[in-house]
Design a protein around this ligand. Structure first.
Ligand code: FUL
Length: 490
């Protein structure tokens, strides 16, 4: 036992040296050292979800506002055909893996019958005050096999004590209800928005809080972790710690997108950090990937005036490329209407988008083709180039330690027209690649058809209908030996 623990103590040191070593790999030492930081199990699961849906629904849906002031009467919340099953079955059909619901937005109206406030569905006309949106959505998620997540706005324009310590207790009490009564929660979303003015129990004034200290997030997050030890909750905020905001609401992750960032000086709502959030940093000290949140409509909430402005399938497809296709997860907002249903236009757009995705990515032309590389780790079959086309994320092509460049080539068997090149790094071992290019064999020579920087969990490069029989991916720079799970061509 003693020897084992001695060995375990040495393990990190061993990893450190072998990780930073520039010497080449020896035959008996082929294990690839993780390049820290690496994702937690929950973060890895989150990456693999790729598509999550956001649901914005509250009194705003009935007042036509985006940010309710906090003085709305609960009576106005009265969806006539509320059907969470319709929402979740459509979301499932088009490929979403999880749903995050605005359980309370900035106006403070609470979508479940909370013990701690009289400003909730319990005081509304909806289902005679007996309804519970959180329960309906979490149950529909369980029924359809989607994960359930919560958005609970820290800013509360209704609460009389917003700005005082007692409000933090109120916020934590609400979290306790959400994390105790509705089954597992995969992600908790707390955003940094705070416009200052509000109803605040009748005070109708502007209140400033110190965004860095007021909420005392570390204590709140520890409390949540205790409420739900497993599965781990992913905490979203500008600064993580689970996932970070991408810095814009247009659906665009950075062309360069590191999952790593140094969070020490970041906090939710901090000004001037949007570009950093979009790109992350190569030498960041924590794994906090960017989540791309964007709405299918101009607003986050339903407005009849925006029925004709629902993003088209083509626009959604572009957003998919600039989010999932840049190594992020897409959180697409689809706001239910006043009936309590996803609107026909939104549903039609989602279905059209799914068709485009299926059409674009249905036939991987590298599947079972011959692949070769200029080198592979220890010339051992475990790291052979064929691992990138076996449709198994757990297997990969890798080079020797100290070798941070390499080319891998797929022969498609006959000339094909290609539109997309899809690459995946094996991120449990860290994000490594910082520069790569893609060549196509044309007129008896290699022509560069795409160049980019990071790969991460998934990188999709559109190439403009290139006709070729052979495709070559060149890793031109990496922070450590590249570890590539997938090279696919469509
Ligand atoms: C922002 C909020 O102010 C918006 O209303 C919306 O909820 C968006 C997702 O986050 O911070």
């Amino acid at each position: 036992m003693k020897y084992l623990s001695f060995f375990l103590t040495l393990l990190p040191t061993f990893f450190f040296f072998s990780c930073s070593s520039k010497s080449s790999t020896t035959e008996d030492d082929l294990t690839i050292s993780p390049l820290a930081p690496v994702p937690s199990e929950a973060q890895l699961n989150w990456h693999q979800m790729e598509l999550n849906a956001f649901i914005h629904f509250t009194t705003n849906t009935f007042t036509d506002k985006e940010w309710g002031y906090g003085d709305e009467s609960p009576d106005i919340f009265n969806p006539t055909e509320f059907d969470a099953d319709q929402w979740v079955s459509v979301l499932k059909e088009v490929g979403f893996q999880g749903v995050i619901l605005t359980c309370k937005h900035h106006d403070g109206f609470v979508l479940w019958p909370s013990e701690y406030t009289d400003h909730s569905v319990e005081q509304s006309l909806w289902q005679d005050g007996k309804g519970d949106v959180v329960q309906a959505v979490s149950e529909a998620c369980r029924k359809h096999g989607l994960k359930f997540g919560v958005y609970l706005s820290p800013w509360d324009r209704n609460r009389v004590d917003y700005g005082q310590p007692s409000y933090i207790t109120y916020y934590r009490n609400q979290l306790e209800e959400l994390f105790t009564n509705y089954g597992p929660v995969f992600e908790m979303w707390f955003d940094g928005a705070n416009g200052g003015d509000g109803y605040y129990g009748g005070a109708r004034e502007t209140r400033e809080i110190d965004r860095q200290t007021y909420y005392d997030w570390p204590t709140t997050l520890d409390m949540v972790r205790e409420l739900q030890p497993k599965p781990d909750v992913i905490f979203f905020s500008d600064a993580g710690p689970g996932v970070r905001w991408v810095g814009n609401e247009q659906g665009i992750a950075g062309e360069t997108n590191w999952n790593t960032i140094t969070a020490d000086t970041l906090y939710a709502g901090k000004a001037g950090i949007n570009d950093l959030l979009a790109s992350g940093s190569a030498n960041g000290t924590s794994w906090i990937p960017a989540e791309v949140d964007v709405s299918i409509r101009p607003g986050w909430f339903y407005h009849a005036s925006e029925d004709s402005l629902v993003k088209t399938p083509e626009q959604l497809f572009d957003i998919y490329l600039s989010s999932v296709g840049r190594g992020s997860t897409l959180l697409l907002n689809i706001p239910p209407d006043r009936r309590g249903l996803l609107h026909e236009n939104d549903v039609a757009s989602l279905r059209g988008w799914r068709k485009l995705l299926d059409k674009a990515f249905s036939q991987n032309l590298t599947a079972d083709t011959e692949v070769k590389a200029d080198s592979y780790r220890g010339e051992n079959a475990e790291f052979a180039p064929s691992q990138v086309t076996d449709n198994d994320y757990e297997t990969y092509w890798a080079t020797d330690d100290g070798v941070t460049t390499g080319s891998i080539e797929a022969d498609l068997g006959s000339e094909q027209t290609i539109q997309y090149v899809v690459l995946q790094e094996y991120i449990p071992l860290g994000q490594r690649v910082s520069k790569f290019s893609v060549d196509a064999w044309q007129n008896d020579k290699w022509q560069t058809i795409a160049e980019a920087t990071t790969i991460g969990y998934k990188r999709i490069l559109p190439v403009d209908s290139v006709k070729t029989r052979k495709v070559r991916v060149n890793i031109e720079d990496a922070q450590a030996c590249p570890v590539i799970s997938t090279v696919a061509v469509y």
